[in-house]
Design a protein around this ligand. Structure first.
Ligand code: ADP
Ligand code: MG
Length: 250
């Protein structure tokens, strides 16, 4: 359904992405992971048409993404940016209803979809009239996910959707989000910098470093057949603090 072929992007002389070739599995979850600045968000921005392609191609169901088809394709994608990106001056209802209203959905259809999604993401309908700053961080992310799902997209792009949440809320939302992915059966591309979160969500993990694709596979594959020492170091750098904690508790 979706693939990148030799995609490169530079900012000045710096390569943000170098010849990335990558196929995303249809109706599965791919997690992009790697150190800060490795190009994860740039990949999502390219797919959403917010970043211009410099060389290479992106195929969405066999058609190359281009300025001519990006708007139509964009309506088939839901995108949750880092920190959620809700408009502070709009209520939850208006944030979530923005695109359907723009597309002239009748109000009953908008309301029906709002209620359906509120139930799916566990947002009480009495929160729909509130403004984003009247919600907790977890509730705001649930609303961002509602907004991304509003047009029932085929593809969901999520940029560190749980990154800013404290651990307990994050754990709760991880479980709900996994349940949502399993129920909706969509192609999901999610960015995280947390290897445990990647393993929890991913059918496929894609590990990047400095704009290059280093290795892709399951966590077990990455751990058991690392293509270079960086893969092992990356996994262990993240697992070490947990191992220390377990030692302190035992
Ligand atoms: P990640 O999401 O993995 O942390 P990004 O994709 O945001 O990384 O960024 C990749 C690289 O491109 C980084 O070095 C970043 O500084 C650079 N970069 C991203 N966006 C811009 C921009 N608009 N202008 C200049 N440099 C950018
Ligand atoms: Mg990022």
């Amino acid at each position: 359904m979706l693939k990148l072929e030799k995609v490169s992007v530079h900012f000045g002389n710096e390569a943000a992405l170098s010849e990335i070739t990558l196929e995303f599995l249809s109706k599965k979850t791919t997690v992009l992971i790697g150190p800060s600045g490795c190009g994860k968000s740039t990949i999502l921005r390219l797919l959403a048409g917010l970043q211009q392609l410099e060389s290479g191609s992106i195929y969405f169901e066999e058609s190359p993404l281009s300025p001519d088809n990006i708007t139509a394709l964009r309506h088939r994608m839901g995108y949750v940016i880092q920190e959620g990106g809700l408009f502070p001056h709009l209520t939850v209802k208006d944030n979530v209803g923005l695109m359907p209203v723009y597309l002239d959905w009748p109000p009953e259809k908008v309301n029906e979809r709002l209620n359906e999604l509120a139930e799916l993401v566990h947002i009480s309908t009495n929160l729909l009239e509130r403004y984003p700053d009247e919600l907790s961080g977890g509730q705001r992310q649930r609303v961002s996910i509602m907004r991304a799902l509003m047009l029932n997209p085929d593809l969901l792009l999520l940029d560190e959707p749980l990154g800013a949440l404290d651990p307990m809320i994050r754990f709760e939302l991880q479980q709900d989000l996994k349940d949502i992915f399993d129920r909706l059966d969509k192609t999901v591309i999610m960015v995280t910098h947390d290897i445990a979160e990647a393993a929890y969500f991913a059918d496929q993990i894609v590990l990047l470093r400095s704009g290059k694709l280093i290795q892709q596979g399951t966590l077990t594959e990455l751990a058991s057949s690392p293509i270079e020492p960086f893969v092992t170091n990356f996994i262990h750098a993240q697992r070490e603090p947990l191992a220390n904690l377990e030692r302190m508790l035992s």
